[in-house]
Design a protein around this ligand. Structure first.
Ligand code: CA
Ligand code: CA
Length: 300
């Protein structure tokens, strides 16, 4: 299996980046990642003054997928996420809903072992590993790895987890996929600034898809189809997530306008992914089983 080490990292998703590795459609790749602080806060006693200026969320890559061309979809199956031994959380005055309560930055280093987060001596929380940043190169200007858009990026969606399949539209030849900013766990909304930020490794199976396309990221898991949309505000992101799901149900699943909308009435769940990035992300989840039933009903 091709392995990409984290010395190949980028701080922006960019068509100009030199590929760190070349793979064929259908290949698996193992990608090693830094945490969002480039692991600079792991040694005891380090502070935000020790961070590398201008690079939050370093993402390892990019990986060039040989058959991928603009207009294709990149299918990214998340086979396995491995976490490092220590995660970090911080809270402070610069971002998050609680910033006015924290004039000074607080950093906590938290052991992660045997599938549990050990917060102090008595609090044990099972890990829920997820990928914060995963994206391809956008068509135009480079986009910082702190910003989510249609190329993916810093979506901070808890459903980008082991076993899920993420679909990203391809904008440039090879796709140029990079990933980083893993979380051992994160509450929906990422309200107070971050998740449990952690280094790690991921195994991805990458396939170029020619017969399915959306202009935005989508997730498929065992039970759901999910759209992830971004916006300047939560209202904008929410509106877009719903419209994208409606269009997906119509154009990719063949539902009528009315059925697609009624399906959202009955079983579409809208969830805030995060409120702390320069653009916000909201997702819309729909049960696959109901889509199948609706589609069958339409064929009768
Ligand atoms: Ca993030
Ligand atoms: Ca993060």
């Amino acid at each position: 299996m091709i392995k990409v080490t984290r010395d190949h990292f980028t701080c922006a998703h960019s068509a100009a980046d030199q590929p760190a590795a070349y793979v064929n459609s259908g290949d698996c790749v193992e990608i090693e990642t830094y945490d969002c602080y480039k692991c600079r806060l792991l040694p005891e006693g380090t502070t935000f003054d020790d961070l590398e200026p201008g690079c939050a969320n370093p993402a390892t890559g990019p990986v060039f997928v040989k058959e991928a061309m603009p207009g294709d979809m990149l299918r990214i199956e998340i086979r396995k996420i491995e976490l490092g031994p220590v995660g970090i959380m911080d809270v402070g005055p610069s971002s998050g809903a609680l910033k006015e309560f924290f004039p000074d930055r607080v950093i906590k280093r938290i052991p992660v072992k045997d599938g549990y987060i050990h917060y102090g001596d008595s609090v044990k929380v099972p890990v829920k590993p997820m990928i914060g940043v995963i994206g391809v190169a956008p068509a135009g200007e480079a986009v910082s790895t702190v910003t989510p858009m249609d190329h993916g990026g810093n979506m901070d969606c808890t459903k980008i987890e082991e076993g899920a399949v993420l679909y990203l539209p391809v904008f440039v030849e090879g796709g140029l996929l990079s990933t980083g900013d893993f979380h051992a766990i994160m509450g929906e909304g990422e309200v107070a600034n971050c998740g449990l930020e952690i280094e790690g490794k991921v195994i991805l199976k990458l396939d170029v898809i020619k017969n399915f396309h959306t202009e935005w990221p989508m997730i498929e898991n065992e039970k759901q189809w999910i759209t992830i949309a971004y916006g300047e505000t939560l209202d904008e992101a929410a509106d877009k997530a719903a419209k994208q799901m409606f269009l997906f149900l119509k154009e990719c699943k063949g539902l009528s306008d009315v059925d697609a909308s009624m399906l959202l009435h009955m079983a579409g769940d809208m969830i805030v992914c995060q409120i702390v990035n320069p653009l916000k992300t909201v997702r819309m989840e729909v049960p696959k089983q109901l889509i199948t039933q609706m589609a069958e009903e339409r064929c009768r």
